[in-house]
Design a protein around this ligand. Sequence first.
Ligand code: F6R
Length: 610
Amino acid sequence: MCGIVGYIGYRESQPILIEGLKKLEYRGYDSAGIAVQTEQGLEVTKTVGRLANLESRLSGDPLRGTVGIGHTRWATHGKPSDVNSHPHTDNSLKFSVVHNGIIENYLELKEELVQAGHRFLSETDTEVISHLISVEYDGDIVKAVQRAVKKMRGAFALGVLTEYEPDRLVAVRYASPLIIGVGDGEKYIASDIPAILEHTRDIYILNDGEMAVLTRDAVELLTIEGNFISKEIFHVDWDLMTAEKAGFDHFMLKEIHEQPKAYRDTMLGRISDDGRSVELSELKMTAEQLKGINRVHIVACGTALHAGLVGKNVIESLVRVPVETDVASEYRYRSPIITPDTLVIVVSQSGETADTLAALREAQRCGARVLAITNVVGSSVAREADDVIITLAGPEIAVASTKAYSSQLIAFFLFGLYWAQTVGTRDEAAVAQVLAAMQSLPEQVEKLLAQAEVIKEVAESISHHSSLFFIGRGVDYAVAMEGSLKLKEISYIHSEAYAAGELKHGTLALIEEGTPVIALLTQEDLYEKMLSNIKETKARGAHVLGIVNEGQEQEVAKSVDRQFAIPRTLPLLTPALSVIPLQLLSYYASLALGHDVDKPRNLAKSVTVE
Ligand code: F6R
C-alpha cells in the first residue's frame, strides 16, 4: 500500500524523505516521488518503479530545501506511471499533495473542476485533491484543506504543501493511518512509524477526522472542522534494529526465526506465576459479560483469517460456544446475524486493514462487543475495539505474514483458556495442562527451525511443479489453508488447500503422476482417516510429504514418500508447530525460483483500501 513521509526542519529534506520512503518499501509500491519547497518554488520529481529510479533521477538534479513530502504509490486509480505517481499538483503548480486511500466521489468532483476549466494530467483520484485545495485557497492553507476535505468522500491520509506558505506542512487523517513525529526544530509526518523512527520516538497518532499543522517549532492539532485538540505524545519504545534484517537474508526468514520470542512475549505476563490460570487484565469485559456470550463471529482477511479458523477450533473445543468465521470483505455486506450475545473477534496484524476495520464498525453498529487481536498498539483496530489483545510479535516487515500469524494462535489459545476458566468448561488442572504445553512451544519451534535444511530440499524439489495440494482434517485443514496461501503469495506456485475428506468429491481429478501433496497428520483421532485420504492421492500418482507427530514416523512411513516430524504437543496446539515447516517450505521455494521473497509481486503489506 502507499506510503507517506513529510519533513519540515532545518536539514535538507530530500535524503530524509527518501530514507523514510525506503523504510516503507515493505508495504509494496510501484512508483515514488517527492515535492520540496526549493528556492525556485514548489518542485516535484516522481517516477514509476523502485525508489532507486527516483534516486537516480534526483542524483543529477537534486531538490534542495528543508520542507518536503514524499510518497510511494501502490496503484489503485490508473496504472503505475510517472504521471500517475504522487505528489500531485494543481494547474498553477503552487499546491502539492500526497495521498493514501481512495476518494470515492473523485469522478464527480473532477467533472465539476473540468467544467470550471481545470486540466488534469493523471487518471488518479489524488490529483482532484490538489485542484480542490487550489480552488478553496484564499490565503490560509489550513482553511483551504478543511473546505476541500469536506467535499471528499472516502478514505484518505494527506500531506499538503503550498508555495504560498512555505513554512507550513498540513496533514489530514480520515480512515487511513497517519502519524506526526516531533523533533527539536523538526517535525515529520508518516503513514507508519518505521519511516521516521531514526529521527524521533515521540509521535502523535492522528484519529479519523483529525489534522495537524506542522511548522519547524510546533505541531497544531485540530479536527477537520477546525476545533483545536490536544493529545498525549506516544513514545515508541521498540528499536529500529528490530525492524531490520539482523543478519538474515530476508525479513521473512528473520521473522520465521523470531517466532520463539514472539510466542514467549505474547504469553509473558498473561499466565499466572503458578502456571494454572490465564490472566488477561487488558480485557475490559467482565466475567458476567463473558458468561453471557452465546455465539462468536471471527472476522479477518488472509492469513489473519486462517488464524481465526484455528481460533474457531480452539473456542469451540474449550468453551463449546458456536463460532462462525468470515472473510472481512464479505461480512458487512451480507447482513450478518448479530445478536446482543454475539462476540465479534477481529484479527489483524496491522490493525489498519480497511475491510477488517469496516467489519469491526459494522459489528459495533449492530450492537456487538468487539474484541481485537492485533499486533499494533495504537492502530485503528486497537483503538476502536471494545477489548484488545495485543500480540507481541514485534514489527512484521515481510509482506508474507509469519510471526504475526503464529502469535495470533497464541492469543487464541490464551483467550480460549481464559474464557473456559471463567465459565468453568475447563477445570484448573485442565487449564494448567494446556498452559504447560504452551510454555514448551517456543523451545519446540527452535528445534523445528534447526531442521530447516530438510525443508529446503523439499522446497527445491516442489519448486519445479506448477501445482500442488495441501490436505488435512480438523485444525490441520486450517493450517493447510495457511500453508497454501503462503506458498502462492511468495513462490507464485498454484496450490490448493483441501479438507482431506473432500478431495474425492472433485479435486482428486487434478492429481496425476508426481503431483506434490503436503499432508498434515497431527490429529491422532483423525489419523486413520487421513491415511485413507493419502492413499487415495497416492493411488493416482501423488508424491506425498507427511507432516507428522514425532514418534509416528514408522507408522506413516509406508503411506508417504517423505515426512517431517514436529515435536509432540496437545492436539489443539499443533498449529503453532505444524505451520513452521510450511512457512519454511514457501520461503525456500520462493528463494529457489529467484523471487523477491519479502516483496512479492502485486501484494502490499498493509491493505488500507477495500
Ligand atoms: C499473507 C498476509 C495477508 C494478511 C491480510 C490481513 O501473508 O499477510 O493475507 O494477513 O492482508 O492483514 P492484517 O492482518 O494486517 O489485517
